[in-house]
Ligand binder design. Structure first.
Ligand SMILES: Cc1cc2nc3c(=O)[nH]c(=O)nc-3n(C[C@H](O)[C@H](O)[C@H](O)COP(=O)(O)OP(=O)(O)OC[C@H]3O[C@@H](n4cnc5c(N)ncnc54)[C@H](O)[C@@H]3O)c2cc1C
Length: 288
């Protein structure tokens, strides 16, 4: 997100191409150009019966950006199917290959947002797709949606469609109303802090993590706070900057809000959540 005019060069990556580079008994390795549209890539995989990215359907953006923040949704992340990528080192003017370990993926994190920030242009990504699907339908409302769709035989196509239906019903389409998806990350607290928060706020939403900590639903925290006592940020609008009416985690631009107005609103939200819950939200969106 730009908070002011940018004094620099902006490149739009148009490197195309999707090809099979390797096969074994269980996997097919597909290399995709960084300029391929992510959702079109997902549809390509589904068309060719390649499993592993169906839960990541309809995430806006391109293939080249997918490793940047280890895109994720509905219990899956890009790291689950990532094999390697090629990137151009801007200063050294050479192509470098990154393996899964090299990328140091975390929750909405990678080396490209940290120690290698602004140093590489990703040119292609190779994914390791599964011949036999391992379905993940317990996260969010996927199971309910599949039931609503009347799906009897589970398939990657059905899961993708369920994800598309859910996302289309609750997330604003950036082509219609300006937004960057989730503005904040879901914060992590230790089990003791979660216990105390549950005592004070019995409705608080949290998911247990393998490391013993609890991930809180940032959208729920934001919904419980507002610009004034007794109000909620959900559906709030100040000029053309606002908080989406169906998902408080998404900040929206109704037309002419400047980047700094959106940023200021995000700061007000962050401060109100900190004051009420003692939890500091971190922005998922890159601020330039
Ligand atoms: C409605 C909506 C829903 C969303 N839902 C999700 C979600 O469920 N999960 C999720 O993880 N994200 C989600 N997002 C965020 C967004 O879709 C992802 O971050 C996506 O990867 C952005 O892709 P992009 O091509 O638009 O990248 P941009 O936004 O253009 O770029 C993102 C960053 O990556 C850098 N970058 C992009 N391409 C390259 C490259 N080839 N080489 C080097 N650097 C590069 C840019 O410089 C920038 O810093 C959502 C966004 C919206 C608008």
């Amino acid at each position: 997100m730009f908070t002011s005019d940018f004094d620099g060069l902006i490149l739009k990556n148009e490197i195309r191409g999707i090809k099979i580079v390797k096969e074994d008994e269980q996997h097919i390795y597909i290399q995709a150009g960084a300029g391929e549209n992510w959702h079109q890539f997902v549809l390509f995989c589904i068309e060719h019966n390649l499993a592993g990215v169906e839960n990541l359907s309809l995430i806006p953006g391109n293939v080249g950006a997918s490793p940047m923040q280890n895109i994720g949704a509905y219990g899956m992340e890009i790291k689950d199917v990532f094999h390697s990528l090629e990137a151009y080192h801007i200063k050294d003017k050479k192509l470098v290959t990154f393996s899964l370990n090299d990328c140091e993926f975390g929750y909405r994190e990678s080396v490209f947002k940290k120690k290698f920030k602004n140093q590489f242009i990703i040119t292609s990504v190779t994914y390791r797709l599964n011949r036999v699907p391992d379905y993940h339908i317990s996260y969010g409302a996927i199971g309910q949606e599949l039931e609503k769709m009347g799906v009897k035989d589970l398939s990657i196509r059905a899961i993708s469609q369920a994800v598309i239906n859910i996302r289309s019903s609750k997330l604003p389409d950036p082509a219609v109303i300006g937004n960057a998806g989730s503005f904040f990350k879901n914060p992590e607290v230790d089990s003791q802090q979660f216990h105390e928060l549950t005592r004070m706020f019995p409705g608080i939403v949290g998911y247990d993590l393998p490391n013993g900590n609890v991930k809180l639903a940032a959208g729920w925290l934001i919904e419980q706070c507002g610009p004034f006592a007794g109000t909620s940020w959900k559906g709030y609008r100040k000029g053309d900057a606002g908080c989406h009416e169906k998902q408080a985690l998404v900040l929206v631009n109704y037309g002419n809000a400047s980047g700094s107005e959106i940023y200021d609103l995000s700061e007000e939200i962050l401060q109100s959540v900190k004051a009420k819950f003692g939890v500091v939200l971190e922005r998922e969106v890159n601020i330039v």
